[in-house]
Design a protein around this ligand. Structure first.
Ligand SMILES: *Cc1c(COP(=O)(O)O)cnc(C)c1O
Length: 390
């Protein structure tokens, strides 16, 4: 049977290919080490596995759990927000659980952005934001992360506001750059939202992956921001079980009610036994979160030092799984060319920022490297890079 090539609705045409898919295919074909995709190559805590297995064995969560999330998990999320950020979240009406932060983000965009409304998003952005805004028939308006260390350009953010602007979508700790917004930058973003009565969707998937003294601060903790902010978390990222796909949002009841309406009509519910495990994880002592950060910071240091030795300019990595480098010191102008060449030449895969920007000039010189891998894998990648580029 022949198929028309144009069955896909036009607004999704630009989202047909994903740079992560393209680069992972290249990795498989060439046997390259995949520092492109951001998932750990070791699992999270055994107690979470035990909790998920016990839930399955004991018949907890094997049938549809409550649509907005298991009460025990909603309670654990509220306690977590209180414990780490002193935020008072209502576990009854102020939390929604879904199939990963991904589904929660798409639900929030679909719930809050109407046709033709604009979403301000710093670029480079995480690719699902772009697709979510298109699904909602909204319009994404990119605002560059600027300067040699890719910081939010607040003047550009303010200048990008129009009467159609509805939402500022922020992500800190930030994928792909690895920056963590400073309190001053968050205050400046908040002021733009307050001045123009905008909503904020805050993707905090890496809330526990900040390093050194670059502490993560939820924008919802700033004056006047709780009322207008949906705060998104990811159990996959926080507990190194990215395959389990449990994410959540918290916020004021009116915003969460809107997100719940859309979310319940997407996946209806999210994996029951994993929700028990995530509730267990959120209650782990501080030592878990501290050691998680320290372990990941050590991996960052290993990869950052090696990339710097190659002659790349390594940007400060304040959080997330990712280091960004400027490839120009090695004589490349373009990160996309660099990344397309790298698997065959060096046996390593990385992701160009350019593929995550509307303005190709914004991301052109930068490449993202995932360091959430075992030290021996990072060392092997560095050895290969040194042999090919050193
Ligand atoms: C991984 C990631 C997500 C998605 O999280 P899941 O819980 O796996 O759906 C959202 N935002 C950012 C910035 C991410 O890196």
């Amino acid at each position: 049977m022949s198929r028309r090539p144009d069955l896909l609705v036009p607004r999704m045409a630009e989202h047909t290919t994903s740079i992560f898919g393209e680069m992972s295919t290249l990795a498989t074909r060439t046997g390259a080490i995949n520092l492109g995709q951001g998932f750990p190559d070791t699992d999270g805590p055994q107690v979470l596995k035990d909790a998920a297995i016990a839930a399955i064995q004991d018949g907890h969560g094997n049938q549809y759990p409550p649509p907005h999330g298991l009460p025990a998990l909603r309670e654990a999320i509220a306690l977590h927000q209180r414990r780490f950020y002193d935020l008072a979240v209502d576990p009854g009406l102020g939390v929604v659980v879904g199939t990963g932060a991904s589904e929660i983000l798409q639900s929030a965009i679909l719930a809050l952005v109407d046709e033709g409304e604009e979403v301000l998003v710093f670029e480079p952005w995480f690719d699902i934001y772009a697709a979510g805004i298109s699904l909602a028939r909204g319009r994404r308006v990119g605002v560059p992360l600027a300067g040699p260390e890719l910081r939010p350009d607040i003047d550009a953010l303010r200048a990008a506001v129009t009467p159609r602007t509805r939402v500022i979508l922020i992500n800190s700790p930030h994928n792909p750059t690895g920056i963590v917004f400073t309190p001053a930058e968050l205050s400046a973003v908040a002021q733009v939202a307050l001045d123009h009565d905008l909503l904020v969707i805050s993707d905090e998937a890496y809330e526990h992956l900040w390093f050194d003294d670059n502490r993560h601060v939820p924008i919802a903790t700033l004056p006047g921001m709780w009322e207008r902010t949906v705060t998104v978390g990811s159990g996959g990222k926080t507990f190194s079980f990215t395959g389990w796909k449990v994410g959540w949002a918290s916020g004021p009841a009116d915003l969460i009610a809107a997100v719940r309406v859309v979310r319940q009509h997407l996946s209806y519910v999210s994996g029951g036994p994993f929700q028990y495990a995530m509730a267990r994880g959120l209650g782990l002592p501080d030592a878990y979160f501290t050691e998680f950060r320290a372990d990941m910071a050590g991996k960052r240091d290993l990869l950052a030092a090696g990339l710097a030795d190659l002659g790349l300019r390594v940007l400060p990595t304040q959080g997330t799984y990712f280091i960004s480098t400027d490839v120009r010191p090695l004589g490349f102008r373009d990160g996309l060319d660099f990344c397309r060449e790298l698997p065959a030449r060096a046996g390593v895969v990385a992701i160009p920022h350019q593929a995550l920007c509307d303005d190709p000039e914004v991301g052109a010189p930068y490449v993202r490297w995932a360091f959430c891998k075992r030290p021996e894998v990072l060392q092997e990648a560095l050895d290969r890079l040194t042999a090919a580029l050193g």
